[in-house]
Design a protein around this ligand. Sequence first.
Ligand code: FAD
Length: 465
Amino acid sequence: MPEAIEELHSSLRAKFRGDLLQPGHHSYEDARVIWNGMYAKRPGLIARCADVGDVQAAVRIASACGILTAVRCGGHSLAGFSTCDGGLVIDLSRMRHVTVDSGTRRAKFAGGCLLGSIDKATQQAGLVFPSGVVSHTGASGLVLGGGTGWLTRRFGMSCDNVEGFTVVTADGSVVRCNSRENQDLFWALRGGGGNFGIVTEFEVRLHPLKSVTLTQGLTAEPEIRLLLEFWRDFMASAPIDLKWNIDLRLAPDEREVPAELRGRPVASSALVWTGPPDEGEKYLRHALSMCHPDSVSSRVVSFLNLQTMADAAFPHGQRYYTKSGYFTYLDDVTLDRMLEAVVLLPSAGTLIELAYLGGAAAQVSAGETAFGDRSAPFIVNILASWPEASGDEVHISGIRKLFTNLRPAMKPGVYVNFMSGDEQDRVPEAYRGRWDRMIAVKAHYDPCNFFRLNQNIPPSAQNES
Ligand SMILES: Cc1cc2nc3c(=O)[nH]c(=O)nc-3n(C[C@H](O)[C@H](O)[C@H](O)COP(=O)(O)OP(=O)(O)OC[C@H]3O[C@@H](n4cnc5c(N)ncnc54)[C@H](O)[C@@H]3O)c2cc1C
């Protein structure tokens, strides 16, 4: 590999407009770091592209030299796919331009954008692109996997709001796809992740929204069970303006948490109302009064505040591990299992995150995008974070055990962006019902599986061998 990397480096050097960072370069140590501290790898070369031409050159030469290649936008892959040892990282972080057309409510953004850069640009026109809940997340990985967030029920998933992609495919060519051109690729990129090429530009629909009503509540035992039962049943007929997420956890030792709750199991609710504030009041008040929370706050916040309020809770460099699944219904046994598990969670950094989709996301039929079936509205995501490698065993085994307990009641399927790096065997499950079509598109655009550091769909030839 070192010789191949040297060959790649010298071939790229003449015309590359971005930065070529090898070990020893003063920027290399910072540039090699990704968000999940579990994956502290050392690429042989980081090609930080300045434009589409750089991306094409890096893909062409790396593919010809057979170099293991990772693609990075925001570096937030929970599975650590945006880095590798010894190979090439195609880093898009210099490609972050966003253009907004307020008249047509459309935007174009480049393949290296973070969510925060898109939010800032679109908010200047009073518009939003529905994406995720942490502004330092990369948009490319999030949108290509699907993309859920506060606005999913109101405006659909991120991928549902994409109207076109510009992609550098495995042979280095630039391909455009949308509802009229290269429809198979357009279908596959809306949920299929980084399997088909490097997206250099997204064309998306925007929606008017400047602020939301945010209500937060903390519920302790013995009321948590009541809250979960109420939430489970209430959300099925809640208006699409309401997104209500609940985290089950041990209350952290933090100033804003009442002292008597710290270290005890709690359910932390966040309710976001995107409609007129006075209309939302009745739903939010009614909902929370049913659940006897220990503390409640409600306020109107700007969209930019909403989008950054969770940033500090997910810092770069911690170690993270996750497992996730869908439920059609959260039956009583499943609720019992989750509640029993909260008491045993290894640390306050471990969350059982509960979200309810439905709304506009559920209006898109299973065949319309590679993201597929949206009929199971409950997403349960178990996520742990801890600072040191010495905590790996207790956190990872704790999550696996809880996942195994919950698994029998889950509907087959998983959201690829909430998968860990040890779950490649679940990729066919994630794309069940769409697997053959995904393989066919992969075989057409990436027959040698050059783009394989991802929730990988093998090209058909490799699948058959
Ligand atoms: C703190 C945090 C918060 C999150 N919140 C949400 C959330 O609210 N909603 C949600 O849906 N998900 C969320 N996620 C999951 C997130 O969607 C995935 O981790 C996603 O992969 C992050 O995208 P990225 O660009 O930062 O990833 P990267 O690590 O940069 O890339 C991940 C993979 O995406 C592919 N890729 C990246 N850029 C490109 C490109 N331009 N073209 C083609 N392929 C590319 C590559 O295969 C790469 O391996 C969150 C993750 C984190 C860490």
